[in-house]
Design a protein around this ligand. Structure first.
Ligand code: HEC
Length: 95
């Protein structure tokens, strides 16, 4: 993805998500395996966003960008299991 389209994507996501709004709600299914993967891997740099903040297609588009952020910070990359659990979790609970 080009730099410009990445910036556009992030701007769109932030607009759609309203950034601070809704971040206080408890995560659904927090005790499930997928919920724990999600909270652990998506709550390191910022609070793990509530899955209802975006449509599943937007989560799919955002995930590679977040994986790049992990790489930039020297965090372990998502394993296949983590990525598929996180996507399943987002698909189940997206708006
Ligand atoms: C390595 C740190 C890091 C991790 C881990 C991380 N993010 Fe992010 N996230 C960021 C940064 C930095 C931004 C700000 C936009 C940018 O620079 O990409 C961001 C922005 C976001 C945004 C848009 C801004 C907002 O708050 O509305 C969402 C949604 C998001 N992240 C979701 C996730 C999800 C889902 C995961 C787990 C797969 C995740 N993030 C894991 C660093 C991280």
């Amino acid at each position: 993805m080009s730099r410009t389209s990445r910036i556009l994507l992030v701007a769109l996501v932030i607009l759609a998500a309203g950034c601070a709004a809704g971040s206080g709600a408890a995560l659904p299914d927090a005790d499930s395996g997928a919920g724990r993967h999600y909270a652990a891997r998506c709550g390191t740099c910022h609070a793990a966003p509530h899955p209802r903040r975006l449509a599943y297609s937007a989560w799919q588009a955002l995930l590679p960008l977040m994986e790049r952020r992990m790489q930039e910070r020297g965090l372990d990359p998502l394993t296949e299991t983590e990525r598929s659990q996180i996507l399943a979790y987002l698909r189940a609970h997206a708006r």
